[in-house]
Design a protein around this ligand. Structure first.
Ligand SMILES: [Zn+2]
Ligand SMILES: [Zn+2]
Length: 277
């Protein structure tokens, strides 16, 4: 009778590989449940290479949420930009949205709303990945510093959600970003200074003209004295046509604000309007 091998031949080769693959999958899934959320990249879900360093510097906060590859895959805005709204605009001068505006509203955004930046906004807005808010707010704050070196806001105001939408979502993504901006720029965050009193449809489904009508008179300043004679920075997630920030700024102007500017995480731009570099 031949001696049996110590290793069951039926367990060799591909069967072992399948089993180890299954075990690794189980460990990975268990790890995602047990480990804090920040141990995997919030975009590609790959484990982050090292435990986050103490949160002493702003960059570490971002590296605690996203891996290096995903950070580098973000499309950062590249000049030439529209001198008013900060949208990439390679044709020079004001972009087609700003040309139509009666009021000047200056703003900036660090990212182009495409690819990984779109995915980031979705994570923040619809999948409640709230820990992204603060580090992304730091990026916005840094962009404000570099795009508006001669202007310093006295307070930060998040573009508010209507109370019904806030109750349904549980948080306002613009407020999460504003916390990072406020921390970075060392300026106070005014939570209730601006309210959205009219329920509006999501802007993404509407045309340019419909967007303006949709948000017209949607904002209200309950206590004008809080914003009067102040330089204010409005913060939101995405800048598309500018209808929302213009409606919000106009409520603040009417309440007596000296200057209003805006900063958003990402700005929509057509490929044809981007720099060819
Ligand atoms: Zn990643
Ligand atoms: Zn513009």
């Amino acid at each position: 009778m031949s001696k049996r091998s110590s290793v069951d031949p039926s367990m060799s080769g591909s069967r072992w590989q399948r089993l180890s693959g299954w075990v690794w999958g189980l460990l990975r899934d268990a790890g995602e449940l047990v480990l804090p959320q920040t141990c995997v990249c919030r975009l590609c879900r790959r484990p982050l290479p090292a435990p986050p360093l103490p949160f002493a510097c702003y960059v570490n906060d971002l590296y605690a949420c996203l891996c290096r590859e995903c950070i580098h895959s973000l499309a950062w805005v590249q000049p030439p930009l529209c001198p008013q709204c900060g949208r990439p605009w390679r044709h020079g001068g004001l972009c087609r949205f700003c040309l139509r505006r009666r009021h000047v509203l200056q703003g900036c955004s660090p990212l182009v709303y495409t690819g990984a930046a779109q995915e980031l906004v979705r994570e923040l807005k619809f999948r409640a990945v709230c820990e992204l808010g603060r580090p992304l707010g730091y990026i916005i704050g840094a962009m404000v510093r570099s795009a508006m070196p001669d202007w310093e806001p006295q307070a930060i105001i998040p573009v508010p959600l209507h109370a019904d939408r806030l109750a349904a979502r549980g948080y306002n993504q613009a407020e999460l970003l504003s916390q990072g901006v406020s921390h970075f720029l060392k300026k106070p965050l005014l939570h209730q200074a601006l309210l959205r009193t009219r329920h509006t449809q999501p802007q993404s489904a509407l045309s340019v003209t419909e967007r303006v009508k949709n948000v017209h008179a949607a904002f209200h300043v309950p206590h004008p004295a809080v914003v009067a004679n102040k330089r204010l920075l409005l913060v939101d997630d995405v800048h598309t046509t500018g209808a929302t920030v213009h409606a919000a700024a106009s409520a603040l102007w009417h309440a007596g604000a000296t200057t209003v500017r805006f900063a958003t995480l990402a700005v929509a731009a057509n490929t044809a309007d981007l720099s060819e570099r």
